[in-house]
Design a protein around this ligand. Structure first.
Ligand code: NAP
Length: 306
């Protein structure tokens, strides 16, 4: 007979593994399907300072690995594969991955979000050749070089600060004249001697040789175009939810996030959405783990009422 899991969790980030910990610890037969590497967006982060319990901060990758171990201690299993489609409407849900189908009574979606792209010609081709989406992963290639960071939110500012400690010079290109980033970052970034702001400016195209050598930018106030010469560009303009698999299956909002409130319940019974993938105000590790615990609670209740 085919195994029917109590809970299948799609995505092995903080939300997914916290749900796995709570579900497995409650005695539910729990499987996490993770595409590549556990930790989700934690693997793209450097030190995490705002997750409580680590008084000196903790590396994102290490925190992700600890969350996996914590869940597996209670019997949760991780299977590495990519989910290609889902059938969620029946009492038994079917998750189709490259290596085969998996069945479950409940499904928790914890697929998170992916970096947003600028949408420039050649952007994909130049990815890894001067275009990057993760300063903490790729910044080391730019020691004593010149880089540009695009964006004005917390990620862009923290990336610019991180890169300013490695690179000779960092341009921060932002489309408005004020940062969206929280105040805590403002002082340090204003004090940094090798970060230069380029305000009211959008990146229009890439200047390339075999790799990126700069960008053509446009001042949106004056309409003037100019060149910013640099060895690498870090795109840090937010994230888009990883919900392609669920289009036409689950209710999504206009930005593609799965509509679910604090209960994490979606519009389909027995299906929950946790972490960055669902509609919510604050997308942080601490709010994702909270969702994970909540989803496990409601999954358990759903199974016992069936
Ligand atoms: P974000 O807060 O949404 O900021 C995105 C930035 O990119 C904004 O400044 C936006 O400009 C700009 N932008 C968006 N699309 C653009 C485009 N096509 N071209 C040029 N610029 C564009 O995203 P985030 O910084 O990645 O942060 C995501 C979430 O994670 C936030 O909730 C953030 O607070 C959180 N986070 C927290 C920390 C921390 O607290 N330590 C660190 C990183 C991230 P506008 O300002 O003009 O809209």
């Amino acid at each position: 007979m085919e195994r029917i899991y109590d809970v299948i969790i799609i995505g092995g980030g903080p939300g997914g593994y916290t749900c796995a910990l709570y579900a497995a610890r409650a005695g539910l037969d729990t499987l996490i399907i993770e595409r590549m590497s556990v930790g989700g967006q934690l693997t793209l982060t450097g030190t995490v300072d705002n997750y409580p319990g680590f008084d000196e901060g903790i590396e994102g990758i290490e925190l992700g690995a600890k969350m996996q171990k914590g869940a597996e201690r209670f019997g949760a299993e991780t299977f590495y594969d990519e989910v290609i489609s889902v059938e969620l409407s029946g009492d038994i849900k079917k998750i189709n991955a490259y290596s085969g189908a998996f069945l479950a009574k409940t499904v928790v979606i914890a697929t998170g979000a992916n970096p947003r792209e600028l949408g420039l010609e050649n952007e994909a081709k130049m990815t890894g050749r001067g275009i990057h989406y993760c300063a903490h992963c790729d910044g080391r290639f730019y020691k004593d070089k010149v880089v540009a960071v695009v964006g004005g939110g917390n990620s862009a500012v923290s990336d610019a600060l991180y890169l300013s400690r490695l690179a000779k010079k960092v341009y921060l290109i932002h489309r408005r004249d004020t940062l969206r980033a929280t105040k805590i970052y403002h002082d340090s970034i204003m004090k940094s001697e090798n970060i230069e702001f380029i305000w009211n400016t959008t990146v229009e195209s890439l200047i390339t040789d075999k790799r990126v050598t700069g960008a053509i930018v446009k001042n949106v106030t004056t309409g003037e175009f100019s060149e910013v010469m640099c060895d690498g560009i870090f795109v840090s303009i937010g994230r888009d939810p990883a919900t392609k698999l669920f289009e036409g299956i689950l209710a999504l909002d206009e930005n593609g996030y799965i509509i679910a409130d604090e209960s994490t319940k979606t519009n389909i019974d027995g299906v929950y959405a946790v972490g960055d993938v669902r509609t919510k105000t604050l997308r942080q590790v601490v709010t994702a783990v909270s969702d994970g615990a909540t989803a496990a609670h409601f999954a358990e209740e759903y199974i016992s009422n069936k």
